[in-house]
Design a protein around this ligand. Structure first.
Ligand code: ADP
Length: 500
């Protein structure tokens, strides 16, 4: 009987299960959304039980849709929203409260205090991360201080800390395995990415005890088996990586200098830096890309807050397009941006600027400017922000970057992809399978159980949909970039204080 790999993609707004065949083709997909809980401005929570139930349901539904027996699943790979933190009781398996989601800002002040105490560089050196509420450590600290019983359970040694991956594997194995992988651990701000171990000094700063922590494993090995009652067979759980790292692997960016960008609400760009940790001089994060076998690959990462969301704003806020797709024909109706620049700093600016005081701005508007110029400027802003991050990556690594592999909802826009190739003076490669996050988790799991023999075998089956090559004259590109930098400088520091 033919065998398949199931990838469980536990995202920020939904959980998805995707079944892949040996060629890496999607056979079935099931998806379920779950509640976003906003108890206060700036707070974002998920119910861990609801997340787990949504995962159970999508796995079962995907099997039904594909008309497969559980015994036909050779392995399960997991990929997940990163940094989101859960505390649970090891004896009962019950969470002490809701998960605090990566977007949650409630610990911003605590992080500012640590900055004032001079910890920024100390933490960056060990973890590769910028001291920020985004990561798990300050969230866990908040939970210990605020969940009733948390400290008592911590003292008793019955408390478990985990990111979503740990929580899912704990439940899938009925509490047999309390594990995580290097990629997820590298986002906690408790894990030393050089020594590949939980760091006692960091644990002390955040008040976390060792017994709470999962055992950290590679990204491709058998962590445990699903309980038979879950899907009807014991299936090895054999691949694990945070979502952006899984996408990097799913894009087969396996050599140093290979980079992927995901164009969704925001953009997530990750560059493989090989077996070396590169510390950024340009506000990028250093992180672990994956560990397969004994080899650990590192990456540089930069996030853009508003990318596809600017197109949503043209649709819903301005009302100049009926659908996101329509941005392409509208922007194509003019030859260029007509001098209009749009900096979509709607929620501040991410990498490489990191300015939470920046706000959106449009400049260069004349009487000739039309909705089409605005649409073009909006698409260009996605490509220009990407070019800024890529320039920072190039400056940090000295690696020549000749191609960008792309995925995410907005890559359907061919004009955007062409503009991107022009602005980078590099080829932009769109793969056939755009489910790169799930595909990466499937590859990692399949490798561990011998479903695929080697990374090389996977690389050979990986398929391109379309390649976009640079066409615009370089003097035109540099003129656009100069104007863009001027526009960015207008957007920076606009508000006096962020609301949280
Ligand atoms: P997320 O996972 O962040 O929700 P998706 O990968 O589903 O995002 O992509 C959706 C985003 O892509 C939306 O912000 C939408 O505006 C944008 N988008 C979708 N189709 C297009 C298109 N054809 N052109 C430009 N942007 C698009």
């Amino acid at each position: 009987m033919e065998k398949y790999i199931l990838a469980l993609d536990q995202g920020t707004t939904s959980s998805r299960a995707i079944i892949f065949d040996h060629a890496g083709t999607v056979v079935a997909l099931a998806q379920q959304e779950f509640a976003q809980i906003y108890p206060q401005p700036g707070w974002v929570e998920h119910n861990p039980e609801e997340i787990w139930q949504s995962c159970v349901q999508v796995m079962q539904e995907a099997l039904q849709k594909a008309k497969l027996q559980a015994s036909q699943i050779a392995a399960i790979g997991i990929t997940n929203q990163r940094e989101t933190t859960i505390l649970w009781d090891k004896t009962t398996g019950e969470p002490l409260g809701n998960a605090i989601v990566w977007q949650d800002r409630r610990t911003a002040r605590a992080c500012d205090e640590l900055k004032q105490e001079g910890y920024t560089e100390f933490i960056q050196k060990k973890t590769g991360l910028i001291l920020d509420a985004y990561f798990s450590a300050s969230k866990a600290m908040w939970m210990l201080d605020n969940f009733p019983e948390a400290r008592r359970k911590q003292k008793q040694g019955s408390l478990a800390f985990g990111t979503i991956d740990s929580w899912l594997i704990w439940n899938m194995t009925e509490g047999e395995a309390h594990v995580s992988d290097v990629t997820n651990a590298s986002r906690t701000m408790l894990y030393n990415i050089h020594t590949l171990s939980w760091d006692q000094e960091l644990l002390d700063i955040f008040g976390i005890s060792r017994e709470m922590l999962p055992e950290v494993k590679s990204s491709s090995e058998i962590y445990g088996y699903t309980d038979e009652r879950l899907l009807g067979a014991k299936i090895p759980i054999a691949g694990l990586a945070g979502d952006q790292q899984a996408a990097l692997f799913g894009q087969m960016c396996i050599e140093p200098g290979m980079v992927k960008n995901t164009y969704g609400t925001g953009c997530f760009m990750v560059l493989n830096t090989g077996t070396q940790v590169v510390s950024s001089q340009h506000n990028l994060l250093s992180t672990i890309a994956w560990q397969v076998g004994d080899e650990v690959n590192y990456a540089l990462e930069g996030s853009i807050f508003v990318a596809g969301a600017v197109i949503q704003w043209l649709r819903d806020g301005l009302g100049i397009i009926p659908t996101a797709q329509a941005s392409e024909s509208l922007a194509s109706s003019v030859e260029d941006n007509g001098g209009v620049y749009f900096v979509p700093a709607l929620t501040g600016l991410g990498a490489p600027h990191w300015d939470q005081y920046a706000r959106g701005t449009m400049v260069g508007i004349t009487r000739g400017a039309t909705a089409a110029h605005l649409a073009r400027a909006a698409l260009e802003s996605i490509a220009l922000q990407t070019a800024d991050v890529l320039a920072a990556m190039q400056a940090d690594t000295g690696l020549p970057i000749q191609q960008l592999r792309v995925d995410g909802g907005a890559v359907a826009n061919n004009l955007l992809m062409q503009i991107q190739a022009d602005f980078l003076d590099a080829t932009v490669i769109r793969p056939k399978v755009l489910e790169t996050t799930a595909l990466g988790a499937a590859y990692l799991a399949g490798l561990a159980v011998g479903y695929w023999a080697s990374i090389d075998e996977i690389r050979q089956q990986w398929q391109v949909d379309q390649v976009f090559s640079p066409q615009l004259a370089t003097d035109k590109v540099s003129a656009i970039k100069t104007q863009w930098q001027k526009a960015v400088s207008k957007a920076k520091g606009w508000i006096d204080s962020p609301s949280f």
